[in-house]
Design a binder for this molecule. Structure first.
Ligand code: NAD
Ligand code: UDP
Length: 310
């Protein structure tokens, strides 16, 4: 197949492009390089079945493709809050442009949605049936509401125009190719521990997240995209739940670092707890994660060790 991946030069997008090429597909990677970088895809540029297009998803585009994966959107809070209006435009107009193209060329189209659609959840763990608890006017809203609106657009194009959609709700995912200055917790803690700098725990560190290794997530993407009867939204994430203090201790132990833990202010609207209910993914896709937090962190630490020596 010929497949378009928006956000294909980012952390997850570049791994997805690599996986699709390894399965014999032709891949068009569209990215404006806001948080992505050419280095993530440099090893793919020589491949005759890979094409990089520097373009913004808010501007229209047209390609003859069989499938579209829409991943374009900054994912880390400091990056998506840097230009909040641009973030919501990216989610909403990017979704409209992908859906319009899918409608014209009759492609199947996949949306990278997020556990943020559940906001600061009052139901725990979060099943897909939970409608969420999201602040519509806070610092995180440009991302959360942008992604919620994108889900709405996907379902409206599906109901109104018969567009063949897939939606995955991604829970915190980490791994090689994250930027050292990404700002998300796993990369921050690892880089701080490797440099011997203070580990910045926001708030008292009792808030929880559930961390999925990138390779497990990509496997979930492929299964959902190539399953005929399941459109989602479907949670993909690792149900192992940790407090941020536990994560800090784990990273400190694995890096064997002398860094100290310091506490900084908790950002506004920071969700207190998060854990995916993955019964749907297990039952409908036969998917569950296989990489433990410790294994995934070790691989990610090796990657950052090389990265920050550059
Ligand atoms: P990332 O920031 O590494 O990747 C996003 C990519 O999109 C980057 O390459 C960036 O340059 C590109 N991009 C941003 N705005 C664009 C625009 N207007 N036009 C074209 N390209 C644009 O982040 P990631 O972790 O790889 O996330 C990929 C997708 O998965 C995002 O949509 C994100 O919301 C979603 N997601 C990720 C996680 C996670 O934990 N990694 C969790 C939930 C959802
Ligand atoms: N966090 C932290 N220190 C950091 C970065 C993040 O304690 O240096 C916390 C943050 O407050 C949140 C959790 O880690 O509670 C996950 O943050 P991240 O930005 O990775 O993802 P999200 O909040 O979007 O799930």
């Amino acid at each position: 197949m010929r497949i378009l991946v928006t956000g294909g030069a980012g952390f997850l997008g570049s791994h997805l492009c690599e996986r699709l090429l390894s399965e014999g597909h032709e891949v068009i990677c569209l990215d404006n390089l806001f948080t992505g970088r050419k280095r993530n895809i440099a090893h793919l540029l020589e491949n005759p079945y890979f094409e990089f297009v520097r373009h913004d998803v808010i501007d229209s585009f047209k390609f003859e493709v069989d499938q579209i994966y829409n991943l374009a959107c900054p994912a880390s809070p400091p990056h998506y809050q840097y230009n909040a209006i641009k973030t919501i435009k990216t989610s909403v107009m990017g979704a409209i442009n992908c859906l319009g193209l899918a409608k014209r060329v009759r492609a199947r189209v996949f949306q990278a949605s997020t556990s943020e659609v559940y906001g600061d959840p009052l139901v725990h763990p979060q099943p897909e049936s939970y409608w969420g608890h999201v602040n519509p006017i806070g610092a995180r809203s440009c991302y959360d509401e942008g992604k919620r609106c994108a889900e709405t657009l996907f379902f409206d194009y599906h109901r109104q125009n018969g567009v063949d959609i897939r939606i995955v709700r991604i829970f915190n995912t980490y791994g090689p190719r994250m930027l050292p200055n990404d700002g998300r917790v796993v990369s921050n803690f690892i880089v701080q521990a490797l440099k011997g700098e203070d580990i910045t725990v926001y708030g008292d560190g009792s808030q929880t997240r559930s961390f999925c290794y990138y390779s497990d997530l990509i496997e979930g993407f492929i299964r959902l995209m190539n399953k005929d009867e399941v459109i989602g939204p479907i949670n993909i994430g690792n149900p192992g739940e940790f407090t941020m203090l536990e994560l800090a201790q784990e990273v400190l132990g694995l890096v064997d670092s002398k860094s100290k833990i310091v506490h900084l202010d908790l950002p506004s609207d920071d969700p207190k707890q998060r854990q995916p209910d993955i019964s749907e993914a297990k039952a409908k896709l036969g998917w569950e994660p296989t990489v433990s937090l410790r294994e995934g962190l070790k691989e990610t630490i090796d990657y950052f060790r090389n990265e920050i020596q550059l």
